[in-house]
Write a protein that binds this ligand. Sequence first.
Ligand code: ATP
Length: 328
Amino acid sequence: LGRLFGPITQLSGLQETALTIVVCFDRIFEVLDLKPLIEERPDAVGLAKNVVPEIEFENVSFRYPGADEVSLPSLEQNVRAERERGKATPNVLRGVSFQVPAGTMTALVGPSGAGKSTLTHLVSRLYDPTSGIVRVGGHDLRELTFDSLRQTVGVVSQDAYLFHDTIRENLLYARPTATEDELIEACQGAQIWDLIESLPSGLDTVTGDHGYRLSGGEKQRLAIARLLLKEPTVVVLDEATAHLDSESEAAVQRALKTALRSRTSLVIAHRLSTIREADQILVIDDGGVRERGTHEELLTEGGLYAELYHTQFARPGSKDTRQAGNGA
Ligand code: ATP
């Protein structure tokens, strides 16, 4: 009997295993079937290279998919909950419309939590708008291939991420085919070459915790060198809020000038010098564009910008002319 039922038991065990596998696959497919937050359309197109495009927001509203709910016991429940969560979160941007003409710089200023970073996330297509359209070069970002988007839009965030590897590898990540001369030229443009050249191993110096520790300003300049190698036509920049020593800060400012030249840029600006140089300032408040204009125009208007300016920059006795209204 044992010999008869043994294989049957084994078979049913197998069946159970098979069933489990099928159920697992079902679950996997349910997850895979989930619409990813960002997807590339089958008919996606590429932007023309070397043409500096304009950026346009048309009536853009956005809410983040919520992430504050507790995990539920099963995968299916979690998946469904994830779908539902977005519906409960508030709109972070509401009907935002503006243009950044090709080759110009727009500075975003405004109180903390106003939606400035969120605006920049939509340009690099970290998220799609809940409604409305973000265009680059006249194309809805959702019409573009990921490759084209990656090539077109360069991002420099406050905390430049560096791999625990040599400076050379960290740079080649932006343009794997770059020659030695091109690496040096980018480092010179980013005002970081003098430092690299002074290190015993030069470009082959290992950075990171167990290697050469770059300061905040140096890391940012290396990130700018990467940007110069990548040559994007659109730059999204979150200017550092960290107080750099004045020498480092002046170097970062010079590097940024090179990086933003002849590109279309959207900058979360914290420094008065950047704000003054902007072709256009957008004052973001409560998820909308409250004011727009140049530094002088907005000061004359006497609205929120003027208020931020006077509290942040024009305080009697204030020596700090670097931090803007952001975070006020
Ligand atoms: P700050 O100057 O402080 O950086 P900000 O103007 O850049 O602020 P955002 O970071 O865009 O503002 O945030 C706008 C709103 O969106 C805030 O209420 C914030 O809490 C919310 N928010 C930001 N990121 C997320 C996220 N990943 N999920 C949910 N809500 C978010």
